[in-house]
Design a protein around this ligand. Structure first.
Ligand code: CUA
Length: 185
Protein backbone atom coordinates (compact mmCIF):
# COMPACT_ATOMS: atom_id res chain seq x y z
CA UNK A 1 0.00 0.00 0.00
CA UNK A 2 1.30 3.41 -0.82
CA UNK A 3 1.30 6.15 1.77
CA UNK A 4 -1.68 7.90 0.17
CA UNK A 5 -3.70 4.71 0.21
CA UNK A 6 -2.79 4.11 3.82
CA UNK A 7 -4.04 7.56 4.78
CA UNK A 8 -7.35 7.15 2.93
CA UNK A 9 -7.84 3.83 4.66
CA UNK A 10 -7.28 5.36 8.09
CA UNK A 11 -9.68 8.18 7.37
CA UNK A 12 -12.38 5.72 6.42
CA UNK A 13 -11.90 3.88 9.71
CA UNK A 14 -12.02 7.15 11.62
CA UNK A 15 -15.24 8.07 9.83
CA UNK A 16 -16.89 4.77 10.83
CA UNK A 17 -15.70 5.14 14.40
CA UNK A 18 -17.11 8.65 14.69
CA UNK A 19 -20.43 7.46 13.24
CA UNK A 20 -20.71 4.70 15.85
CA UNK A 21 -19.65 7.06 18.63
CA UNK A 22 -22.37 9.47 17.51
CA UNK A 23 -24.97 6.69 17.49
CA UNK A 24 -24.04 5.56 20.99
CA UNK A 25 -24.05 9.19 22.17
CA UNK A 26 -27.59 9.68 20.83
CA UNK A 27 -28.72 6.47 22.54
CA UNK A 28 -27.27 7.49 25.91
CA UNK A 29 -28.79 10.96 25.62
CA UNK A 30 -32.19 9.41 24.80
CA UNK A 31 -32.05 7.04 27.78
CA UNK A 32 -30.94 9.80 30.19
CA UNK A 33 -33.68 12.15 29.00
CA UNK A 34 -36.27 9.37 29.42
CA UNK A 35 -35.12 8.84 33.02
CA UNK A 36 -35.29 12.58 33.75
CA UNK A 37 -38.64 12.92 31.95
CA UNK A 38 -40.35 10.05 33.84
CA UNK A 39 -38.87 11.29 37.14
CA UNK A 40 -40.29 14.80 36.62
CA UNK A 41 -43.59 13.91 34.91
CA UNK A 42 -44.84 10.81 36.75
CA UNK A 43 -42.55 10.59 39.77
CA UNK A 44 -40.60 7.45 38.87
CA UNK A 45 -37.59 7.56 41.19
CA UNK A 46 -35.20 4.98 42.57
CA UNK A 47 -36.09 4.22 46.20
CA UNK A 48 -33.80 6.30 48.41
CA UNK A 49 -34.96 5.28 51.86
CA UNK A 50 -32.30 3.51 53.96
CA UNK A 51 -33.82 2.04 57.07
CA UNK A 52 -32.58 -1.16 58.68
CA UNK A 53 -34.65 -3.76 60.44
CA UNK A 54 -33.81 -7.22 61.80
CA UNK A 55 -35.47 -9.64 59.34
CA UNK A 56 -35.44 -12.49 61.89
CA UNK A 57 -37.63 -10.59 64.37
CA UNK A 58 -40.12 -8.85 62.06
CA UNK A 59 -43.19 -10.78 63.15
CA UNK A 60 -42.40 -10.77 66.88
CA UNK A 61 -43.13 -7.17 67.77
CA UNK A 62 -43.02 -3.63 66.52
CA UNK A 63 -44.14 -2.07 63.29
CA UNK A 64 -44.49 -5.25 61.22
CA UNK A 65 -46.15 -7.49 63.81
CA UNK A 66 -49.24 -9.19 62.38
CA UNK A 67 -51.70 -6.77 63.99
CA UNK A 68 -50.03 -3.80 62.33
CA UNK A 69 -50.00 -5.13 58.77
CA UNK A 70 -52.22 -3.60 56.12
CA UNK A 71 -53.60 -0.10 55.76
CA UNK A 72 -53.88 2.36 58.63
CA UNK A 73 -54.74 6.02 58.91
CA UNK A 74 -52.84 7.99 61.55
CA UNK A 75 -54.39 10.69 63.73
CA UNK A 76 -52.83 13.23 61.36
CA UNK A 77 -54.67 11.62 58.42
CA UNK A 78 -51.56 10.07 56.94
CA UNK A 79 -52.23 6.78 55.13
CA UNK A 80 -49.54 4.16 55.71
CA UNK A 81 -49.56 0.64 54.29
CA UNK A 82 -47.35 -2.04 55.85
CA UNK A 83 -46.77 -5.25 53.94
CA UNK A 84 -44.57 -8.30 54.45
CA UNK A 85 -43.28 -9.91 51.27
CA UNK A 86 -42.53 -13.54 51.99
CA UNK A 87 -42.21 -16.82 50.11
CA UNK A 88 -44.75 -16.90 48.42
CA UNK A 89 -47.27 -14.24 49.32
CA UNK A 90 -47.77 -10.65 50.27
CA UNK A 91 -49.31 -10.19 53.72
CA UNK A 92 -52.01 -8.98 53.55
CA UNK A 93 -53.09 -10.20 50.12
CA UNK A 94 -55.53 -7.34 49.59
CA UNK A 95 -54.45 -3.76 50.19
CA UNK A 96 -57.11 -1.01 50.38
CA UNK A 97 -55.97 2.53 49.54
CA UNK A 98 -57.85 5.81 49.01
CA UNK A 99 -57.97 7.54 45.64
CA UNK A 100 -56.41 11.02 45.30
CA UNK A 101 -54.56 11.06 48.63
CA UNK A 102 -50.84 10.63 49.40
CA UNK A 103 -50.09 7.08 50.49
CA UNK A 104 -46.87 5.74 52.01
CA UNK A 105 -46.14 2.08 51.33
CA UNK A 106 -43.67 0.22 53.51
CA UNK A 107 -42.46 -3.27 52.64
CA UNK A 108 -40.17 -5.73 54.40
CA UNK A 109 -39.04 -9.29 53.70
CA UNK A 110 -38.14 -11.90 56.34
CA UNK A 111 -36.62 -14.45 53.98
CA UNK A 112 -35.19 -13.67 50.55
CA UNK A 113 -35.06 -10.89 47.98
CA UNK A 114 -38.48 -9.98 46.57
CA UNK A 115 -39.65 -7.11 44.41
CA UNK A 116 -42.95 -5.61 43.42
CA UNK A 117 -44.72 -3.19 41.20
CA UNK A 118 -48.27 -1.89 41.12
CA UNK A 119 -49.57 -1.86 37.57
CA UNK A 120 -50.17 1.59 36.12
CA UNK A 121 -48.44 3.50 38.95
CA UNK A 122 -44.94 4.68 39.87
CA UNK A 123 -44.67 1.99 42.55
CA UNK A 124 -41.79 -0.32 41.68
CA UNK A 125 -39.22 -1.44 44.22
CA UNK A 126 -37.11 -4.32 45.41
CA UNK A 127 -37.64 -5.64 48.92
CA UNK A 128 -34.31 -6.57 50.49
CA UNK A 129 -34.27 -8.54 53.76
CA UNK A 130 -32.92 -6.29 56.51
CA UNK A 131 -34.22 -3.05 55.00
CA UNK A 132 -37.54 -1.23 54.78
CA UNK A 133 -38.51 -0.46 51.18
CA UNK A 134 -40.59 2.71 51.25
CA UNK A 135 -42.52 4.27 48.37
CA UNK A 136 -44.74 7.37 48.31
CA UNK A 137 -47.50 7.55 45.78
CA UNK A 138 -50.97 8.82 45.01
CA UNK A 139 -53.52 6.63 43.22
CA UNK A 140 -55.39 8.53 40.55
CA UNK A 141 -58.18 6.09 39.61
CA UNK A 142 -60.43 3.76 41.58
CA UNK A 143 -60.47 0.06 40.86
CA UNK A 144 -58.38 -3.03 41.48
CA UNK A 145 -54.68 -3.05 40.57
CA UNK A 146 -52.41 -6.04 40.42
CA UNK A 147 -49.27 -6.12 42.55
CA UNK A 148 -47.05 -9.03 41.44
CA UNK A 149 -43.66 -9.99 42.83
CA UNK A 150 -41.14 -9.21 40.12
CA UNK A 151 -37.95 -10.60 41.60
CA UNK A 152 -37.44 -14.34 41.25
CA UNK A 153 -37.71 -15.67 44.82
CA UNK A 154 -38.18 -19.40 44.42
CA UNK A 155 -40.52 -22.03 42.99
CA UNK A 156 -43.70 -20.21 44.01
CA UNK A 157 -42.59 -16.85 42.60
CA UNK A 158 -45.23 -16.79 39.86
CA UNK A 159 -47.99 -17.32 42.46
CA UNK A 160 -46.88 -14.35 44.53
CA UNK A 161 -49.11 -11.34 44.05
CA UNK A 162 -51.54 -9.09 45.88
CA UNK A 163 -54.46 -6.90 44.91
CA UNK A 164 -54.47 -3.15 45.54
CA UNK A 165 -58.03 -1.92 45.92
CA UNK A 166 -58.20 1.79 45.14
CA UNK A 167 -61.36 3.02 46.88
CA UNK A 168 -63.36 6.24 46.52
CA UNK A 169 -63.25 8.40 49.65
CA UNK A 170 -66.73 7.32 50.86
CA UNK A 171 -65.71 3.64 50.85
CA UNK A 172 -62.35 4.22 52.51
CA UNK A 173 -63.57 4.04 56.11
CA UNK A 174 -61.05 3.56 58.93
CA UNK A 175 -62.39 1.80 62.05
CA UNK A 176 -61.86 3.15 65.56
CA UNK A 177 -58.21 1.96 65.48
CA UNK A 178 -57.57 3.70 62.17
CA UNK A 179 -57.46 0.39 60.31
CA UNK A 180 -59.00 -0.06 56.87
CA UNK A 181 -59.99 -3.38 55.30
CA UNK A 182 -60.68 -4.26 51.69
CA UNK A 183 -64.28 -3.86 50.59
CA UNK A 184 -66.05 -7.21 50.18
CA UNK A 185 -67.30 -7.76 46.66
CU1 CUA B 1 -41.43 -13.00 45.79
CU2 CUA B 1 -40.88 -13.48 43.55
Amino acid sequence: MTEIHQELHERRILGTELLWAFGVGVLIAAILSMIVFTALSIGVNPPSNVERLDPKALHLSGEFAEDNLGTSVGSDGRVVVRVIATQFAFLPRCIPVPVGRPVTLRFVAPDVLHGLLISGTNVNTMVVPGYVAQVHTEFTRTGDLLMPCHEYCGLGHSEMWATVQVLPENQFQPDSNGRVSCAQR
